[in-house]
Write a protein that binds this ligand. Structure first.
Ligand SMILES: O=c1ccn([C@H]2C[C@H](O)[C@@H](COP(=O)(O)OP(=O)(O)OP(=O)(O)O)O2)c(=O)[nH]1
Ligand SMILES: [Mg+2]
Length: 149
């Protein structure tokens, strides 16, 4: 398995929190923690920005994706609104998570809660090449369910 060094800096409000970590041997994502001072009550239909207390230097050629946790999604309707959130390699601000409550009950987020997960992913940047005609394919313009359900 490939690994790459990911430098992280803990901000003072996360000083006592553990760093994100993989929760199983081959987990793709590290769970990330809410670096909140006070609990946040997120009402159904609302969204909020949760601090992680972390800055990071994502290696060039990679991104960090902020993704939901399926257990929270299934059991409580908790979503990462911009999923997958993108942390760019040149971003040095605090990483934050946009959490939305799509469930029917208020959702309480407390300091240290594992609210989402982060995946380090390699990326390919596009070098746009404008052209008059694209190569033909069998699918052509068919999409959005044109093959049926
Ligand atoms: O879930 C997220 C998404 C983004 N970011 C940070 C890192 C990212 O590099 C930066 C900008 O994100 P994005 O490009 O998605 O947002 P934008 O609305 O296009 O902002 P900008 O104009 O700053 O690029 O915000 C987070 O901390 N969490
Ligand atoms: Mg942007």
């Amino acid at each position: 398995m490939d690994t790459a060094k990911l430098f992280v800096h803990k901000l003072p409000h996360a000083a006592d929190l553990p760093l994100p970590r993989y929760m199983s041997d081959d987990a793709a994502g590290m769970d990330i923690l809410a670096a909140l001072d006070e609990p946040v009550v997120l009402l159904p239909g609302n969204r909020t920005l949760i601090p992680t207390g972390l800055q990071m230097a994502v290696p060039r050629g990679c991104e960090v994706q902020i993704r939901p946790r399926s257990g929270l999604a299934l059991k409580q309707g908790i979503a990462v609104l911009n999923s997958p959130g993108t942390v760019d390699a040149d971003y040095r601000g605090e990483v934050k998570v946009i959490i939305a409550n799509l469930g029917r009950e208020p959702f309480v987020i407390t300091r240290g809660d594992r609210i989402a997960q982060m995946v380090l992913a390699k990326l390919t940047r596009a070098d746009l090449a404008e052209c008059e005609k694209l190569p033909d394919t069998a699918r052509g313009k068919g999409g959005f369910g044109h093959t049926g359900v």
